[in-house]
Design a protein around this ligand. Structure first.
Ligand code: NAP
Ligand code: G4F
Length: 349
């Protein structure tokens, strides 16, 4: 594997950090795109700062000239397009920016490589299945329910188009939800693990949450970044679903997270009045707040990854229970002042 170069957009995010670690361990030279911001936060990547094979470049998926220049200079063998406005709820607030980054950003990259033999991975999403009944696989018709999913669907079809039109080795990974202790704090799993950790340490009273009934197929991001790499090692490009094949509700995730901290919940009430109550003390620990509802909801995502299993030899290794346990204990460690993102990545090496 020695000598390969990868260029990762979205490297400062959850998957970017885990993919960078995976590729560096395989001997890749890793180049990543970082956004300029006055408050730029690259803490997930601090662990790689002394690694001579790791390089960050300023750039933006909304700047085609920048992307073209970077690709010419770096001359990567593989591009992983993970950069995105990745929050589904926020995409209802910033639909145009979401389309610029998630849809047209992909177009800019594909245009920059259409006459090259650079292999391309597109971070497509199970969110594109939207209201399509579960379980979903590569043959399920898409029914997107948000500006985020609609923009991702545009990018998905572009990848297929550029593959068919120009012979590009471009693949879509249609990934179901995957989480880790590096997950952004605005996503529901990390919001829950952080809140449970803070409550266990007496730093927070309760958790306010949106739709408790939404069901997601939650896997561990470390398993999923390996699947991305496997897609680009195939002789022919293709599109693959990555999923665990098990769905849990937001309520299930909350129960599991509290159990990790030794608290058992009982649920009372319905709809907006539903509450999660500590069985021992009778205290209300979870309440519903409509500010976290979305204008349109995807009720159930549950993937069938049989194709990835058969063709890529990919299978998720980390269970739902292990994932929740890892997230809660990492957040307890972080809130106690000990555990940093660097330590989380080191612990996994
Ligand atoms: P994430 O943690 O939110 O990371 C998103 C990354 O995109 C960050 O590095 C962010 O930079 C970057 N970004 C935002 N706007 C950009 C722009 N204009 N130009 C360049 N980069 C930009 O997301 P993730 O969970 O790692 O997910 C990685 C990718 O997979 C995303 O495309 C997401 O939509 C997709 N996906 C994720 C899941 C999942 O469950 N995690 C499932 C399916 C698909 P900053 O750090 O500077 O904000
Ligand atoms: O954690 P979420 O925000 O993830 P969502 O919307 O499923 O999107 C994630 O997974 C997609 C793959 O399917 C990715 F493409 C996307 O980039 C992102 O990584 O919300 C999960 C569920 C939703 O049904 C949401 O309505 O949890 C529900 N939820 C309930 N209360 C909440 C909350 N979500 C958030 N973020 N915050 C809440 O308080």
């Amino acid at each position: 594997m020695l000598g390969k170069k990868a260029f990762i957009t979205g490297i400062t995010g959850q998957d970017g950090a885990l993919l960078a670690q995976f590729l560096l361990e395989k001997g890749y030279e890793v180049h990543g795109l970082r956004l300029y911001s006055a408050s730029t936060d690259t803490q997930r990547l601090d662990i790689f700062s002394d690694n001579g094979n790791f390089h960050l470049h300023y750039g933006d998926l909304t700047d085609g000239g920048n992307l073209r220049r970077l690709i010419e200079t770096i001359a990567p063998d593989e591009i992983y397009n993970l950069g995105a406005q990745s929050h589904v709820g926020v995409s209802f607030e910033v639909p145009e920016a979401t389309a610029q980054i998630n849809a047209l950003g992909t177009l800019r990259l594909l245009e920059a490589i259409r006459d090259t033999d650079i292999r391309f991975y597109q971070a497509s999403s199970s969110e594109m299945f939207g209201s399509a009944p579960a379980p979903q696989d590569e043959s399920t018709p898409f029914a997107p329910c948000s500006p985020y999913a609609t923009a991702k669907l545009y990018a998905y079809w572009l990848v297929r188009n550029y593959r068919d039109s120009y012979g590009l080795h471009a693949s879509n990974g249609v990934l179901f939800n995957h989480e880790s202790a590096l997950r952004g704090e605005e996503f529901v799993t990390r919001k829950i693990s952080l809140a449970v950790a803070a409550m266990a340490l007496g730093q927070q009273e309760s958790l306010s949450i949106g739709n408790l009934d939404a069901r997601r197929d939650w896997g561990h991001a470390r398993d999923y970044v390996e699947g991305m790499w496997r897609m680009l090692q195939q002789d022919t490009p293709d599109d693959f679903v990555l999923a665990t094949g098990k769905a849990h509700s937001v309520r299930d995730f909350i129960n599991a997270a509290f159990a990790c901290a030794g608290t058992s919940l009982t649920w009372q009430g319905q709809g907006l009045d539903e509450k999660g109550i500590d069985r021992k003390t009778g205290r209300v620990l979870v309440q519903v707040d409509p500010q976290f509802f979305r204008p349109n909801e995807v009720h159930e995502l549950l993937g069938d990854a049989s194709k990835a299993s058969a063709k890529l030899g990919w299978k998720p290794r980390i269970s739902f229970g292990q994932l929740v346990e890892e997230m809660v204990s990492a957040d307890i460690g972080a809130l106690q002042g000990g555990q940093s993102y660097e330590q989380i990545l080191l612990a996994a090496e």
